[in-house]
Design a protein around this ligand. Structure first.
Ligand code: NAP
Length: 517
């Protein structure tokens, strides 16, 4: 049976309205590329900052840096702003940009397929709540779908049979009142260490299931005074200087992370001091002391996590989880003894699908296979984290090896978006129908990234982390300075690409009808 659907022709289709998609929209618009659509499955901008509403959610990168360089905010209340403030910032920036008229919310991308004859991405989208689908034919496809968008649920026997409330940290159920409840949280990553101190005072009992103890540094947070905010607003250049100072402070972590992990020994001692300050019990101190080199996993910051673990109503459980029952969690200790702890609410703070990006399953390239299939064969990899052979006119923002362990992802996003906008400008200026990175350029880039990855703390630090894929390759982090990445993405290097002339336009009407088999 064949169906007929309306096809809307656009120059650019952007997937996602988080920091990445919004930045792409703003910069395309500013470059005069007005004909684009942003497709977002959520009902608002914000991406991960819209979705992660768990108690205690805040950014662990200072807000002065974790914000757009072109949209400074003198009104941050604190150095590490809470989630609602970041979400409001993203909403305000989107409003002020004048691009929201081209955002399609509550719309999901079903699939995007390269059509070589038309030199366009045919992108089928559907309203999340059901209704008529819309198909777009776009010259370029820009994915800002994000690396931390798909919650990863733990594969634990019996978890589906749990009879109490169960939810992921990134899909917090605000209808569940935790007051006086027996609560368990699985995971001790960046999300969990913010949740634990926020909920511990109100619950009857909290079991924290720890598989690997993280390194947790003191959090040097503070509230900005009205005077400071006024100065940031009115003193010319002050906010920029402040941002630069934070940037370079953060950048000083690159050398120890990438080449000399031993330099972090004094920092590691500060983190050990944080354990001693927060916890008096030697047994608990030993339990939460990490057994890998600092930096191998994300370094966390908190002044309240350890005191919460030390509270009378909290237990840190390090025995392996065997199964979940309808009423609780069963663990097995080293001697093979099983213990069941009953709980009313089970929170899984077990992270995200990072090395198998879900959006890649929906994008089918020139050779007829999906990006996920290609990545499964070659490992997740993209030239400058952005372009992939076999996928013409596709640009990935926050693509492979663009993540950071030390600084602001917004900086990386701005770098990538400027590269993409320059690619679009180049295509227009030279009348290219397609640009596709050569396999040779991509392979050379990948080899360089992986060679640089070998001495890094992420490879040598003795931990298993979400930075590594199933083959043990780090396909998520950028192993150099962020200014090196900025230099690489400053302008579109067409020499690394195969370009083709545009196909003649067969129709003068912007909207056409096609028949999908
Ligand atoms: P995460 O760092 O991946 O942590 C997941 C936790 O769950 C780990 O402790 C992991 O243990 C544990 N876990 C996973 N599967 C498990 C299982 N089957 N059984 C027992 N334990 C299991 O996830 P996250 O805390 O949500 O953070 C993800 C990323 O989001 C961060 O690295 C960061 O980039 C970002 N984030 C940022 C902020 C911020 O302030 N900017 C805040 C929150 C999150 P193992 O360590 O043993 O694997």
């Amino acid at each position: 049976m064949s169906i007929t659907s309306a096809v809307r022709t656009v120059d650019h289709l952007v997937i996602g309205a988080g920091f990445a998609g919004l930045c792409a929209a703003i910069k395309l618009d500013q470059a005069g590329e007005k004909d684009f659509v942003v497709v977002e499955r959520g009902s608002d901008v914000g991406g991960t900052w819209r979705d992660n509403t768990y108690p205690g959610a805040a950014c662990d990168v200072p807000s002065q840096l974790y914000s757009f360089s072109f949209a400074p905010n003198p009104d941050w209340s604190m150095s590490f702003s809470p989630q609602p403030e970041i979400q409001r910032y993203i909403q305000r920036t989107a409003q002020a940009s004048g691009t929201l008229d081209r955002f399609r919310f509550e719309t999901t991308v079903d699939d995007a397929t390269w059509d070589a004859d038309q030199q366009r991405w045919i992108v089928r989208t559907s309203p999340v709540a059901g209704g008529d689908p819309t198909t777009y034919a776009a010259r370029t496809l820009i994915s800002g779908a994000g690396g931390l968008s798909e919650p990863k649920l733990p594969e634990i026997e019996g978890i589906g049979s749990f009879g109490g409330e169960l939810f992921h940290s990134a899909r917090w159920n605000h209808d569940v009142d935790l007051t006086g409840k027996r609560v368990a949280i699985i995971g001790t990553g960046a999300s969990s260490i913010q949740i634990v101190p926020a909920i511990q005072p109100k619950v009857a009992h909290l079991d924290v299931y720890q598989r690997t103890a993280p390194w947790v540094m003191p959090r040097h947070d503070r509230t900005y005074s009205s005077l400071e905010k006024a100065a940031l607003r009115h003193v010319p250049g002050l906010q920029k200087v402040y941002r630069e100072a934070i940037y370079w402070g953060r950048e000083s972590y690159v050398l120890p992370f990438t080449r000399m992990p031993a330099i972090l020994a004094p920092v590691q001692r500060v983190a050990l001091g944080n354990i001693h300050k927060g916890i008096a019990d030697p047994e608990l101190r030993a339990k939460v002391t990490p057994d890998f080199t600092m930096g191998c996993k994300r370094i966390l910051i908190s002044n309240t996590y350890y005191p919460a673990l030390a509270a009378d109503n909290c237990d840190v459980v390090t025995d392996g989880i065997t199964r979940v029952t309808p009423t609780g969690i069963v663990t097995t200790d080293g001697a093979g003894h099983e213990v069941e702890r009953e709980v009313d609410v089970l929170i899984v703070a077990t992270g995200f699908h990072t090395t198998e990006l879900p959006i890649t399953e929906h994008i089918t390239g020139r050779e007829g296979h999906t990006l996920a299939q290609q990545f499964d064969e070659t490992g997740m990899s993209a030239y400058k984290g952005t372009t992939v052979p076999g996928f013409p006119n596709l640009f990935l923002i926050v693509g492979p090896n663009t993540g950071l362990g030390h600084s602001s992802m917004v900086f990386m996003i701005e770098s990538q978006v400027s590269y993409v906008v320059d690619a679009v400008r180049t295509m227009r200026a030279h009348d290219y129908g397609t640009v596709e990175v050569t396999e040779r350029a991509e392979r050379a880039f990948h080899a360089d990234v992986q060679a640089r990855m070998r001495p890094t703390v992420w490879s040598t630090g003795g931990c298993a982390s979400w930075y590594l894929d199933k083959h043990g390759h780090n396909t998520t982090l950028w192993p150099r300075s962020t200014f090196a990445f900025r230099a690489l993405t400053r302008s579109f290097d067409v020499a690394a690409y195969t370009v083709t002339a545009p196909v003649p336009t067969t129709s003068t009407t912007p909207d056409r009808k096609v028949v999908n088999a």
